[in-house]
Design a protein around this ligand. Structure first.
Ligand code: NAG
Ligand code: NAG
Ligand code: NAG
Ligand code: NAG
Length: 583
């Protein structure tokens, strides 16, 4: 499938003519062939749901998106590519859409960078990564679906290195550079990582695959980035089904150079969640051994305990940080998506690093997001008695806000016993059994976001503290409960949760929380970034200026809000046309 360049020119022209998106309506009239799955009436009706579009999370004006791809920094610009269907709000016709930014917050939309055009990708251009070569040239490695339906890995280079936008990409005729060899499942062989170079000067990258129910991260090596040779033994494997979107990168404990660990992240196709380990990687033997305490697979650590998938990191040379991008799909129905005319959002870009105690990765929204903060509400030392709640007043747009709050549980002795029957069960099961409305000892306490008048609709983000055994140890559950988020009853509303590694004895009962609220996105960070949970919700009443924000405490122990800083968030300038000057 080749997309028609003419369509994009008109698209951009329309963008220029209208001061703000959505342009869906206009482009719809001009090019009905783009809306192959929508009728005019459906698109019209769908505009009502624009209230649920995000204001500062990355989303193109319309249609389907999934995985972030090829994220990188080049000549002063951040590049984000992503899987995109230019024709509809359902998966299909996948191209690499492209956007650039100076600050990871405001974006200029460009034409798709990579789209099916050659025998080695005629049936699709799927996910991949960028590698900036030592001479500064970026190379993209992506999965093409060839004429036989095989998944092959292709390379592409910018046509004009002097164009900071890197608008045009060239795919050499010698593609594919990595074809599925003997014994490799050609329909489960995809998502090449960013490449890295060992002390021996050889390039390496990892591709995700499976062998029956075993997921594999297979390693390839190359001297010239063109001829790639498989390393016989996989870098790592697990009994967890297909491994998609692997990511492999170094982190330095305590920022100590030389003391390097490697992180291996995989997206499990079977569970649709992402897991990671970190440990020792040896270039000479091509072995990766996760630290002993870190289990692989379903019992392992997760990037995010909610709706976050197919993520990818890149090293930001401008700010000396590693930045994580991930995709959040919709939790409504396909019919809803077709009616809305859009599906899929990118999570807020997050800085990611190894915790000071070396036990896990930490994540925090990139600081640039704070540039969108507006009007500010500040509450200090407010006591919330057991069973009480209060509304946070003073925000203009509680549906589009950034809330930082620190809770202090006043009486940890009131914590409930952790039911031994839950031992080994995942946090999600515990949270489903002890949701936001089940009274506890210490907690549930937290925020009700996207709440309607009289609290009929509300999404709870909260903590619950348990006592585990008699030795005074505590277990802290962080949970997102959207079961009352919307009147609509056909939605997927799972509780998402994790056990967060906060030692409440040490912190005197204090647990911090930050929640980014963005109409249909609730993206929360607990314990200064020790745990994140992203959830999609679709309120029917708590929309736009009707949404409200509350603090609640449904536990026996009083809780003090030691401080709460809530900010209105301005909309990011996303989908800005190329012809408008970039800041
Ligand atoms: C190869 O992968 C496809 C897609 O997941 C699967 O349907 C098929 O069973 C796999 N084949 C083998 C031999 O494992
Ligand atoms: C997307 O949404 C559906 C629910 O509609 C869910 O079951 C699925 O696992 C989600 N995640 C991904 C990564 O597809
Ligand atoms: C919030 O208010 C307190 C006390 O009035 C003050 O000390 C603090 O600096 C304020 N915080 C912010 C972020 O404005
Ligand atoms: C929590 O902190 C307390 C006080 O510093 C300490 O005694 C205890 O060992 C810590 N618990 C864990 C599990 O680390």
């Amino acid at each position: 499938m080749a997309i028609q360049p003419r369509t994009w020119v008109v698209f951009l022209l329309l963008a220029l003519l209208s001061s703000s998106w959505p342009v869906a309506e206009a482009s719809h009239r001009v090019f009905p062939d783009l809306q192959s799955l929508e009728t005019e009436a459906e698109a019209e009706a769908g505009r009502a749901d624009d209230t649920l579009r995000t204001g500062y999370h990355f989303q193109p004006p319309m249609h389907w998106i999934n995985d972030p791809n090829g994220v990188m920094y080049y000549k002063g610009l951040y590049h984000l590519f992503y899987q995109y269907n230019p024709k509809a709000a359902v998966w299909g016709n996948i191209v690499w859409a492209h956007a650039v930014s100076t600050d990871l917050v405001n974006w200029v939309m460009l034409q798709p960078a990579i789209y099916p055009s050659a025998p080695f990708d005629v049936n699709g251009c799927w996910s991949g990564s960028a590698t900036v070569l030592p001479d500064g040239t970026p190379a993209i490695m992506y999965t093409g679906i060839d004429g036989d339906g095989r998944q092959v890995q292709n390379v592409a280079y910018p046509k004009d290195l002097s164009d900071p936008y890197l608008r045009e990409w060239v795919k050499p005729d010698y593609n594919p550079v990595i074809a599925p060899g003997a014994g490799v499942n050609a329909t489960a062989f995809r998502d090449p990582t960013t490449a890295w170079r060992g002390p021996d000067g050889l390039w390496r990258l990892v591709v995700g695959t499976k062998d029956n129910h075993r997921g594999l991260a297979v390693l390839y090596r190359s001297r010239d980035f063109r001829r790639w040779v498989p390393v016989r033994r996989a870098l790592h494997h697990g009994d967890t089904g297909m491994w998609e979107c692997p990511d492999f990168y170094p982190v330095t404990p305590h920022g100590v150079p030389g003391d390097v660990k490697h992180v291996l992240k995989v997206s499990l196709d079977l569970t649709r969640f992402e897991y990671y380990t970190f440990g020792a990687y040896d270039h000479a033997t091509e072995t990766y051994v996760p630290d002993a305490a870190l289990p692989d697979g379903n019992d392992g650590l997760r990037y995010d305990y909610g709706n976050f998938y197919a993520s990818k990191t890149f090293l930001d040379p401008a700010k000396h940080r590693r930045v994580l991008w991930g995709w959040a799909n919709e939790s409504d129905s396909t019919a809803d998506d077709v009616r809305k005319g859009w599906a899929g959002v990118q999570a807020i870009p997050r800085k990611i690093w190894l915790s000071a105690d070396g036990k896990q990765l930490m994540q925090w929204p990139v600081t640039e997001v704070e540039s969108l903060r507006g009007n500010h509400v500040n509450i200090t030392d407010r006591l919330v008695k057991g069973g009480d709640y209060f509304e946070v007043l003073g925000l203009t747009t509680p549906a589009q806000a950034d809330v930082e709050v620190s809770f202090a549980a006043m009486d940890l002795d009131k914590a409930e016993q952790f039911d031994p029957a839950w031992r080994g069960a995942d946090a999600q099961t515990v949270c489903a059994a002890r949701g936001a409305d089940v009274e506890g000892g210490v907690g549930p306490f937290g925020l009700w976001v996207l709440a309607s008048d009289e609290l009929k609709e509300r999404t709870a983000v909260f903590f619950r503290v348990f006592k585990d055994g008699d030795d005074g140890k505590h277990v802290v559950l962080m949970c997102n409960d959207p079961s009352r988020s919307s009147y609509a009853d056909h939605l997927y509303k799972p509780t998402f949760a994790g056990f967060i590694d906060v030692n409440v004895t040490e912190t005197g009962g204090k647990i911090p929380l930050r929640t980014l609220i963005d109409h249909s996105m609730v993206e929360s960070f607990g314990g200064h970034g020790r745990m994140s949970i992203l959830s999609r919700v679709y309120p029917t009443e708590a929309v736009g200026d009707k949404a409200r924000l509350y603090v609640f405490n449904h536990g026996e122990s009083d809780v003090k809000v030691t401080h709460l800083n809530a900010y209105d968030m301005r909309s990011a300038k996303i989908n800005t046309d190329i012809d408008q000057p970039i800041r």
